[in-house]
Design a protein around this ligand. Structure first.
Ligand code: FES
Length: 161
C-alpha cells in the first residue's frame, strides 16, 4: 500500500511539472511575438516558405493592401523589381492602382492584374502594360531574412531595386 501511495504522489507531482512546463512555454512564446508598439510602427514578418508557385497572398500593411505573388517559371523575371528569397522570385507590391488608387484584381488565367475602375492592366511584376496607369505599382520597403519577408524595413535587397 505504502509503495502504491508513493507512486501516486510521484505521478501527481510529475503532472504538475508538465503543466508548469506548458505554462512556461506559453509565457516564453508571448515574449517572441511582436510587441503592439512594433506592429503599429508598421513592421510585419511574412513567412514565404509555405507559398505555392503562382499563389497570390494579400495582406494589409500600414492600412494598404499588399500583394505577394510567388512567380512561376513562365512568368517573366524582372531584375529591377523581383524580390528573391530562397530559390524563388516574388512580386511584392502595394496593391493600389497608380492611376487613381483602386485595388486591382489578380487574373490568374491571364497572369496579370486588372483594374476595374478604368481598365488599367499590370503584368505579373506589377508593371503597367495598358490603360491610364502612368507607372508600375509601388514596391513597399522590405528586408529579406532567409525565406521571411519583413515589410517596413529597408534592407539591402530593397535598396538595390
Ligand atoms: Fe485603375 Fe483608373 S484607378 S485604371
Amino acid at each position: 500500500v505504502e509503495q502504491n501511495r508513493r507512486d501516486f504522489i510521484g505521478m501527481a507531482l510529475g503532472g504538475v511539472t508538465a503543466v508548469g512546463g506548458v505554462i512556461a512555454l506559453g509565457a516564453m512564446k508571448k515574449t517572441w511575438d511582436p510587441l503592439p508598439s512594433v506592429q503599429s510602427a508598421g513592421f510585419i514578418t511574412v513567412d514565404l516558405s509555405p507559398m505555392q508557385e503562382g499563389e497570390l497572398k494579400t495582406l494589409q500593411w500600414r492600412g494598404k493592401p499588399i500583394f505577394i505573388l510567388k512567380k512561376t517559371a513562365d512568368m517573366k523575371k524582372n531584375e529591377n523589381r523581383d524580390v528573391v528569397a530562397g530559390n524563388s522570385n516574388y512580386t511584392v507590391i502595394i496593391g493600389l492602382c497608380t492611376h487613381l488608387g483602386c485595388i486591382p484584381t489578380w487574373i490568374p488565367a491571364r497572369k496579370e492584374f486588372s483594374c476595374a475602375c478604368h481598365g488599367g492592366v499590370f503584368d505579373a511584376s506589377g508593371v503597367n502594360t495598358f490603360g491610364p496607369p502612368p507607372r508600375p505599382m509601388d514596391i513597399p520597403p522590405f528586408k529579406i531574412d532567409g525565406e521571411k519577408l519583413v515589410l517596413g524595413e529597408e534592407g539591402p535587397e530593397y535598396q538595390k531595386l
